[in-house]
Design a protein around this ligand. Structure first.
Ligand SMILES: [Zn+2]
Length: 283
């Protein structure tokens, strides 16, 4: 190991600065969203079977509520612009902007070069959880998604076909995409209801049983027309393991809530990012 320099403690003591101060971002009008949600009616219901995934479509200006109708269950969520599958959820930048875990007021951002809000979280029945004694928090944008390739490595050749990565792939094949294309469309997720953190000593990613119970829900506002894909993780509440049929799993419910036409008068979907795209290259 490299010997520490004489001023090691002084270097460590330098104060951190927030990389992306979110008070500079355009703020969502949460009060307006809340009033619209109060007037919204359930217009579609999609049940996601345990260890499977399902797709759903949302018009901009509607809401979707993801809940645990039977018991604690983690969900892995992918989002696409409904008309352009190249624009998809950007877990990494969402994490950089809003933190390792998201709750009411956070937005789910799309990938470059689009970088705009795809959805905004408007209600979270687990917002009381905060940070637990292990450093765990809920609704994770750290974990990528459980996948059979990592499982293959860790299990010395195991073949398991119901990791979220595979469930999301099959659901996209069901939308008409060829399997090889569908797998590459799957991207890092929002882990709904998942409780995770990093260990204090080794900095390793950990999960623990989700505090979600029957009836818990995360409600989001669709900022643009969306294709959503949600997997009910084979890890169930993710309290033990996630790439096998060992855990008790439950379904997830997605409800689409449509407000009356006048509820969002004056609101319009965010435009794609305004950077000119030239990257300093000669015109
Ligand atoms: Zn999973």
């Amino acid at each position: 190991m490299t010997p520490a320099p004489a001023d090691a403690d002084a270097r460590r003591a330098v104060a951190p600065v927030i990389c992306y101060p979110t008070d500079a971002l355009p703020a969502p009008d949460l009060a307006r969203y809340d009033r619209a949600l109060e007037r919204a009616r359930v217009t579609a219901q999609i049940v996601v079977a345990p260890r499977e995934a399902a797709t759903f479509r949302l018009r901009a200006g509607t809401f979707f509520r993801i809940s645990c109708p039977e018991g604690s269950q983690v969900g892995d969520l992918n989002l696409f612009d409904a008309d352009n599958p190249d624009e998809r959820f950007f877990s990494g930048k969402t994490r950089a902007l809003h933190g390792t875990h998201v709750s009411t007021g956070a937005r789910l951002w799309s990938c470059l070069p689009y970088l705009r809000p795809m959805a905004t979280i408007v209600r979270d029945t687990l917002d009381w959880y905060g940070t637990d004694p292990h450093g765990g928090r809920v609704h994770d944008v750290i974990g990528t998604r459980c996948d059979p390739h990592t499982h293959y490595l860790l299990s010395h050749g195991g073949q398991y076909h119901h990791c979220c990565h595979s469930n999301l792939t099959r659901a996209l094949v069901g939308e008409g995409h060829p399997p090889a294309i569908a797998e590459r469309m799957v991207h890092d997720v929002l882990n709904v209801f998942m409780c995770t953190g990093f260990t204090a000593d080794t900095g390793q990613y950990f999960m623990k049983a989700s505090p979600a119970r029957r009836g818990d829900a995360l409600t989001l506002f669709a900022e643009i027309d969306l294709l959503g894909v949600l997997s009910a993780c084979p890890g169930g509440d993710c309290g033990a393991e996630h790439s096998s049929d060992a855990a008790q799993c439950h379904p997830l419910l997605v409800e689409v809530l449509t407000p009356p036409a006048d509820a969002l008068e004056g609101w319009s979907p965010p435009a794609p990012n305004g950077y000119d795209g030239s990257h300093g290259l000669p015109g």
